[in-house]
Design a protein around this ligand. Structure first.
Ligand SMILES: [Fe+2]
Length: 399
C-alpha cells in the first residue's frame, strides 16, 4: 500500500463522472447464495472449515497454563491455551476417552488439563499424562491418545486457528494485509472493546454492509455519511479474496506534500481504512485502534457478529472517558447497520428476489463471492448458483 497511489486513486474517483473504462458490468449474483441450505452447506465445508479464523488475542492468555474456549466457529468447542513454554496452541476441547469437554469454564488457568468427567489429564502440549485406573485399559498407549491439535498461529498479538492441517502459513495467507496491519501498529494494541450479537440473516448479508460505503449517505446520513465522502474512495482487490477500502475523511486532504516524506501511515491518518480478510473478517481502522469484526455463520439465515476492538494500552482501571466515547459512537453506527439486517434477510427470502446487481463501488462484495466459488470448486456449483470469475485482472499488483 503506497500512500501516493491511494491518494491519487482517491483524487481520480472524486473527479470521474463515468464508470471507469474497462470495468465490466457485473452479472447478477444469484439470490440462492443467501438463502439456499445446500449452498450454505458447501460454504461450511469448503469456505469456513479450511480458513484461518481469528480466535482471540494473546492478552486473553496472560500466563503459561492460561486457556480460553473459542466456540464461534460453527459451534465447535476449541480450547486455546498458552503452554508451559509460553507458546499458544489450540486443541479440540474433546477428551480422547469418551469425548466429553475437558474444561467447562469459558476461560481460566489450571495446572493440568484434567477432564471434568473422569479426570483423564493432559499437558498443555496435548500429551495424555495420566489415566485413573489405567490398568483397566489393557493395551492403552497414552502416546496415541493425546488431544487433537488444530493449526494455531499468532500475528502481532492476534491468535488465529485453522482446521485444515495443510493450510498455508497465516502470514502467507494474509499477503499484503500483514504489512498493512503492522503499519497500523497492531502489535502495540490491546483489546479495549468486545461486542457480539446473533442476527437473523445470512453471514454475507451482514458482512456486505461493511464492505462498501455506497450506502452511507442513505443509512448513516448524520454519522459516517457526514464524516466521509463515499466518492472519495480507493478500493483495492487483494489476493485470496481479501480487499481494502480507504475513504477520505471530510477533513483529510490526501495531497502529496511538495517536500515528500509521505509514509504508508499517512493513509491511516487521512482516510478511513478497512480491510476484509476473506472469508469473514472485516477490520475498520483509525489511528491507534482497529475493530476486528467477525461474521460467524450459524445457519443459512442466521449469523453471529462478534467484534474484538484493540487500542492503545491505557493502564489499569476502566477505559478513559474519551476512549469509551469513541467506542460508544462506534456502537451507535453499528446499530444503524445491524437494525437493517433481519428485514433484509426476510426480503431476500420473499420470492421476489432473484439476485443482486452490484455496482463498481460494491466490487469488494463481488470479489468475496468469486473467492467463495474458487474455494468451493467452480465445477461443484450448479450454474444458477455460481458467480462469473471476472475481477482477477483488477487485483492490485504487489507494491
Ligand atoms: Fe453502514
Amino acid at each position: 500500500m503506497k500512500a501516493e497511489t491511494i491518494f491519487s486513486q482517491i483524487r481520480y474517483e472524486e473527479s470521474r463522472d463515468d464508470a471507469p473504462p474497462g470495468f465490466p458490468s457485473l452479472p447478477e449474483v444469484p439470490g440462492g447464495r443467501y438463502t439456499d441450505p445446500a449452498f450454505f452447506a458447501l460454504e461450511v465445508e469448503r469456505v469456513f472449515r479450511p480458513a484461518w479464523h481469528l480466535a482471540g488475542h494473546v492478552a486473553d492468555l496472560p500466563e503459561p497454563r492460561s486457556y480460553f474456549i473459542f466456540d464461534k466457529l460453527l459451534g465447535k468447542p476449541i480450547l486455546v491455551v498458552r503452554d508451559r513454554e509460553g507458546e499458544v496452541r489450540a486443541f479440540y476441547n474433546t477428551c480422547r476417552h469418551r469425548g466429553a469437554p475437558i474444561v467447562k469454564d469459558a476461560a481460566g488457568r489450571c495446572n493440568l488439563l484434567r477432564c471434568q468427567y473422569h479426570s483423564w489429564a493432559y499437558d498443555f502440549d496435548g500429551r495424555l499424562l495420566s489415566v485413573p485406573d489405567a490398568h483397566d485399559f489393557p493395551g492403552l498407549d497414552k502416546a496415541d491418545r493425546g488431544l487433537i491439535q488444530l493449526r494455531c498461529e499468532t500475528f502481532e498479538g492476534l491468535i488465529f486457528v485453522n482446521e485444515d492441517p495443510k493450510a498455508i502459513p497465516l502470514v502467507e495467507w494474509l499477503g499484503p494485509l500483514a504489512e498493512e496491519w503492522r503499519t497500523a501498529d497492531l502489535r502495540a494494541l490491546v483489546p479495549d472493546y468486545r461486542w457480539s450479537r446473533v442476527i437473523g440473516c445470512n453471514w454475507k448479508c451482514a458482512l456486505d454492509a461493511f464492505q462498501e460505503v455506497y450506502h452511507i449517505k442513505t443509512l448513516h446520513p448524520t454519522t459516517v455519511g457526514a464524516a466521509l465522502d463515499h466518492h472519495a474512495t480507493a478500493i483495492s482487490l487483494l489476493p485470496n479474496g481479501h480487499s481494502r477500502m480507504c475513504v477520505r475523511y471530510a477533513h483529510g486532504d490526501c495531497e502529496t506534500r511538495p517536500d515528500g516524506g509521505w509514509s504508508d501511515r499517512s493513509v491511516y491518518e487521512q482516510t478511513s481504512v478497512a480491510h476484509t480478510m476473506w472469508p469473514a473478517l472485516n477490520v475498520p481502522w483509525r489511528i491507534g485502534s482497529g475493530k476486528f469484526m467477525m461474521f460467524w455463520p450459524r445457519g443459512v439465515d442466521q449469523c453471529e457478529v462478534q467484534i474484538i476492538g484493540v487500542g492503545m494500552p491505557w493502564g489499569e482501571g476502566p477505559l478513559p472517558a474519551a476512549r469509551q466515547a469513541g467506542n460508544d459512537q462506534f456502537d451507535s453506527i453499528l446499530m444503524e447497520d445491524v437494525e437493517n439486517l433481519e428485514a433484509i434477510q426476510a426480503s431476500l427470502e420473499s420470492g421476489a428476489f432473484t439476485g443482486m446487481i452490484l455496482g463498481y463501488q460494491e466490487r469488494r462484495l463481488y470479489w468475496s463471492h468469486e473467492q467463495i466459488d474458487r474455494a468451493i470448486g467452480i465445477d461443484r456449483l450448479e450454474k444458477d448458483l455460481r458467480v462469473e470469475q471476472l475481477l482477477s485482472p483488477l487485483v492490485e499488483s504487489p507494491a
